[in-house]
Design a protein around this ligand. Structure first.
Ligand SMILES: CC(C)(COP(=O)(O)OP(=O)(O)OC[C@H]1O[C@@H](n2cnc3c(N)ncnc32)[C@H](O)[C@@H]1OP(=O)(O)O)[C@@H](O)C(=O)NCCC(=O)NCCS
Length: 176
């Protein structure tokens, strides 16, 4: 795959989305059916990575937060929150951006594109951020947990370990 031939597009209402199939119906249907509605309702912004004839991958982003209550070990999170904020200026939650959807097309999977996308999103909110954002979050499908682990994401809680998705986070200050 020649990454230099990929175009990064910020999806808008009228953009004609090229064919896409990542093998997951929910993700395919989101991109081809719902993503423009999410955009116009200001619920999520979707980005496409595309070649001339097809969509190679997409991801969508929306604002999020991590609260002490979201995590299992309140003590651990209290300590993290205490360490990063001076006395008297502590928050009960911290700003985050959620990777709402992420899919790499069947023929491009396993070639590093998913990792390129995560690196891009990390950079976007460290070097090019318009607002403060300390964490990336994702509700990861069980089959993609390894992928997120390999990219430095951690589990926020054990409470969801028998669920269809698991809440994971990445601390952007770890690479800033
Ligand atoms: C999961 C997905 C986004 C990963 O993207 P990708 O471009 O295929 O992943 P990469 O090539 O960057 O893989 C990075 C690492 O994660 C590993 N990995 C990727 N997908 C994996 C999977 N499903 N299971 C286990 N390991 C996986 C790779 O082996 C690689 O490890 P390595 O660095 O040791 O070689 C992509 O396969 C996909 O879209 N799958 C279908 C839809 C889906 O499940 N999306 C996730 C929604 S939460």
């Amino acid at each position: 795959m020649d990454l230099s031939e990929l175009a990064l597009i910020r999806l808008s209402d009228s953009y004609p989305i090229k064919p896409f199939d990542c093998g997951d119906n929910d993700l395919n249907e989101f991109l081809l059916g719902d993503s423009k509605n999410y955009y116009s309702q200001l619920l999520a912004v979707t980005y496409l990575l595309e070649f001339a004839e097809e969509t190679a991958a997409f991801f969508s982003l929306l604002n999020d937060k991590i609260s002490i209550e979201d995590a299992d070990s309140k003590r651990k999170w209290r300590k993290i929150f205490r360490d990063i904020m001076p006395e008297g200026k502590r928050f009960k939650s911290y700003p985050a951006v959620k990777i709402g959807r992420l899919g790499v097309g069947n023929t491009f999977q396993g070639d590093g594109l998913g990792t390129v996308i995560l690196d891009y999103v990390k950079e976007l909110f460290i070097d090019n951020n318009r607002t403060g954002c300390k964490y990336l979050t994702v509700d990861a499908y069980l089959r993609s947990l390894r992928f997120y682990e390999k990219n430095g994401f951690e589990y926020l809680t054990e409470k969801d370990k028998d669920s269809e998705t698991r809440l994971m986070y990445f601390d952007l200050t770890a690479v800033a």
